[in-house]
Design a protein around this ligand. Structure first.
Ligand code: SF4
Ligand code: SF4
Length: 122
C-alpha cells in the first residue's frame, strides 16, 4: 500500500461486530506469517496484482483500531505519517491476495481497493 484515512469515513464500517473483528485479526496474523515465513508466495502474488493504491485508507482500519499514523489529507485522500520513515511489511505488501481484499471489503464494501487480480475478475 502506498499511502493511506478513509475519505468517506461514514462509508467505513468502523464499528464492526466481534465476528468481523476476529476475521480481521486472523487476516493480520495471516499476512504477518506470510511476510515473514513465505516471502516467495508474497512476491509471486504481488507480481500478478494489478492496479494502484487509491489512498482510501481502508486497509489502515483492519487492526483493533484505526492506525494512529493514518492522516486525512485536504484533497480527500489518506496518507501515512510513517510512509517515508518505516512501515511494517503488513503495510507495505497489502493486499497480498484475494483473501485480503475480502477481509478489507468487510470494512468498506462500497469503496473498492485500487488493486485487483485479473485472473480472478469475471
Ligand atoms: S485499501 Fe487498497 S486502495 Fe485503499 S489504501 Fe489500502 S491498498 Fe490503497
Ligand atoms: S503505518 Fe498505519 S497508516 Fe501507515 S500504512 Fe501502516 S496501517 Fe496505514
Amino acid at each position: 500500500m502506498r499511502t493511506v484515512a478513509c475519505p468517506t469515513k461514514t462509508s467505513c464500517h468502523l464499528h464492526t461486530t466481534l465476528k468481523i473483528r476476529l476475521i480481521l485479526l486472523r487476516g493480520v496474523m495471516r499476512r504477518f506469517f506470510l511476510n515473514v515465513f513465505n516471502p516467495r508466495y508474497v512476491r509471486e502474488s504481488l507480481a500478478l496484482r494489478q492496479g494502484e493504491c487509491r489512498r482510501c485508507g481502508v486497509c489502515c482500519h483492519l487492526t483493533a483500531s484505526t492506525c494512529g499514523a493514518l492522516r486525512s489529507d485536504k484533497d480527500g485522500h489518506s496518507s501515512c505519517r510513517l510512509y517515508k520513515l518505516y512501515r511494517l511489511p503488513n503495510c507495505c505488501t497489502f493486499p497480498i491476495d484475494a483473501r485480503d481484499l475480502a477481509d478489507r471489503n468487510l470494512v468498506a464494501p462500497d469503496i473498492p481497493c485500487g488493486y485487483f487480480w485479473p485472473s480472478l475478475e469475471r
